[in-house]
Design a protein around this ligand. Structure first.
Ligand SMILES: NC(=O)c1ccc[n+]([C@@H]2O[C@H](COP(=O)([O-])OP(=O)(O)OC[C@H]3O[C@@H](n4cnc5c(N)ncnc54)[C@H](OP(=O)(O)O)[C@@H]3O)[C@@H](O)[C@H]2O)c1
Length: 326
């Protein structure tokens, strides 16, 4: 019997309570493929799952980790189209922090040769969300100004990359010189350090009156500042609340200048619209393959250090994306 490792959450709490266990690999059933995980994306949402702060609470115990990249190592009966050794990424919901995962044969997506396992394991959710937000929830037009909060984080970097591809002009808003440096390296047109600068006046100054779109995965007090920094017809995309506080927004600021506040819940949409998501992600991967999008290479932690990786993400100690490798 093959012994494999998995990171287990036995009770909701801090990331340090996660345990690495060894267990027998379950058999690969009909309709399934086994993926040897080479990299597992570490996302803010994984920490929320472990802490019990996410809107969905999986039954305990569970293995966190929602996206992986690796190679197909076993193929069950009734599966067509895969060969052992194929390089794939897979969105798995849970279970990704492990040496291997079993998924339905329809789940893996073939990787372009140009994409590393680390890039692949950290681009599914973030690029799908950015593409969904900027191509489906609103349409970011060439030449428009977008301001991205938390721009050096997982979602923020994907928004900068997608916005650049769409021909928009980008203002990256983030805290501290290391994060701003990464945003500049990633092609941001302008940067604002919102830990020291006045975000609203800087955005208005840079954009000549106000941004067209603001992408906000951070929440907290800056959400209202972002709304106020929008120009005529500006759209605020509400993406998440990494700062912890869910903001309340003044309706008069939505009315003024004919602004709009748009919710973006890519995860729920992808679950209920699997064919549309399949099409959307094919568009993303094609752009990656043609090098029109270039996902960053993540900071890698060993699988055994999943708790530290989540802690560093929560404490804002890492810049850019994070994955576990094994
Ligand atoms: N709506 C959707 O469909 C969707 C999809 C994926 C993720 N999300 C959500 O989006 C949010 C951000 O995800 P992410 O992957 O970008 O996370 P991330 O990589 O951890 O980045 C979040 C950024 O938020 C900023 N931040 C401000 N206060 C923070 C705090 N107290 N703790 C941690 N970060 C803080 C940090 O940038 P600065 O230090 O520069 O401020 C950090 O870079 C999460 O809430 C996640 O659940 C939503």
């Amino acid at each position: 019997m093959l012994i494999v490792r998995a990171v287990v959450c036995r009770e909701l709490g801090e990331p340090e309570t996660l345990e690495v266990v060894e267990r027998d690999a379950p058999p690969c059933g009909p309709g399934q493929v086994r993926i040897r995980v080479r990299a597992a994306g570490v996302n803010y949402v994984d920490a929320l799952f472990v802490q019990g702060r996410y809107q969905i609470r999986p039954p305990l115990p569970f293995v966190p980790g929602s996206e992986v990249a690796g190679e197909v190592v076993e193929i069950g009966t009734e599966v067509d189209g895969w060969s052992t050794g194929d390089r794939v990424l897979a969105s798995v919901g849970l279970g990704g922090f492990a040496d291997e995962v079993l998924v339905a044969g329809s789940v893996p997506v073939r990787l372009p040769a140009s994409v590393s396992y680390g890039q692949a394991a950290t681009m599914g959710q973030s690029y799908s969300t950015a593409w969904f937000a900027l191509q489906r929830r609103t349409v970011l037009a060439p030449g428009e100004w977008i301001v991205v909060a938390g721009a050096a984080g997982g979602l923020g970097l994907a928004f900068l990359d997608v916005a650049r591809l769409l021909g928009a002009q980008t203002v990256a808003a983030a805290s501290g010189p290391d994060r701003l440096r990464l945003c500049i390296e990633r092609g941001a047109h302008e940067v604002v350090d919102y830990s020291t600068d006045d975000l609203k006046s800087r955005v208005r100054e840079i954009t000549g009156g106000g941004a067209d779109v603001a992408a906000d995965p951070v929440g907290g007090p800056n959400a209202e500042v972002l709304l106020r920094s929008l120009g005529e017809g500006g759209r605020l995309l509400v993406l998440g609340f990494a700062a912890g506080d869910i903001p309340r927004l003044p309706a008069n600021q939505v009315l003024l200048r004919n602004r709009a506040v748009l919710g973006v819940d890519w995860g729920a949409w992808a679950l209920t619209h699997p064919e549309d998501q399949h099409e959307l992600f094919a568009e993303v991967l094609a752009a990656v393959d043609e090098r029109r999008l270039t996902p960053v290479e993540p900071t890698a932690y060993p699988l055994d250090e999943a708790g530290s990786a989540l802690r560093d993400l929560l404490e804002r100690r890492v810049v850019g994306k994070v994955c576990l490798t094994n």
